[in-house]
Structures are given as structure tokens and as C-alpha cells.
Design a protein around this ligand. Structure first.
Ligand SMILES: [Zn+2]
Length: 119
């Protein structure tokens, strides 16, 4: 349960206090989320090696597909205009892009670098 709390709160997987991101990013302002290199509380290094977060793209892909299916089902209940549904899905994908970026990296960090891991 604390892992889910840590993922959603974007906290360090080791101490669960330090913030992983210092900038949340905003898709409307074209700003990307920015990560701390080390935990500001315990000094834990988040990016172990170059390309460490490459695998989080697969997590992001899964999240995006799940969100698109959910938005499609909800939109289809409201309208049967497929062009409009496609537009709604595209807008949703852009608006949730930074959220997915942060969430996928947090899930990745907690999967590979959780509290019980020693590496
Ligand atoms: Zn920490």
C-alpha cells in the first residue's frame, strides 16, 4: 500500500519522503517534467545508468492504451461520431502526456528500485 502512496505522491522509493520531480511539466505550456538526480532527503540516485528509464516507455504505452480505451468507451456512450471520438482521444492523450510521463517513471522506479531492493 505504501508503494501505491509513494508512486502517486511521487516520492523517493527508499525514504518515501524526498520528491522525485522538481517540475511537474505542463503540456499546454510545452514544458516537460524535470527529475531530481538524487533524492533531496536521503541522496538516493534515481537514474542508475544512462537509458535507465527506457523501459518506462513500455509502462507509459500501457497506461496510454488503457486511458484511450476508457475514453473511447465513455465517448461512445455519449456520441457515435467517430471523428469526434478520435478528436477527444487525441486531446486526452496530449493533456495526460506529462501525467503519464511522471506516473510511468514512478511505476518503473518502484518496480526496479523499491524499498525492499538492495541494489
Ligand atoms: Zn530518498
Amino acid at each position: 500500500m505504501s508503494a501505491i502512496k509513494g508512486i502517486l505522491g511521487e516520492r523517493c522509493p527508499k525514504c518515501e519522503k524526498g520528491k522525485v520531480f522538481y517540475k511537474k511539466g505542463n503540456p499546454l505550456l510545452f514544458t516537460m517534467p524535470r527529475m531530481n538526480e538524487h533524492c533531496p532527503v536521503c541522496g538516493h540516485q534515481f537514474e542508475k545508468e544512462p537509458g535507465y528509464f527506457f523501459g518506462s516507455m513500455y509502462v507509459s504505452y500501457g497506461l496510454t492504451v488503457a486511458e484511450m480505451i476508457a475514453v473511447f468507451i465513455i465517448s461512445f456512450l455519449i456520441t457515435d461520431n467517430y471523428a469526434l471520438i478520435l478528436l477527444i482521444i487525441a486531446i486526452m492523450a496530449v493533456l495526460l502526456s506529462t501525467f503519464n510521463f511522471r506516473l510511468s517513471r514512478m511505476i518503473w522506479i518502484y518496480m526496479l528500485d523499491g524499498k525492499d531492493r538492495t541494489v
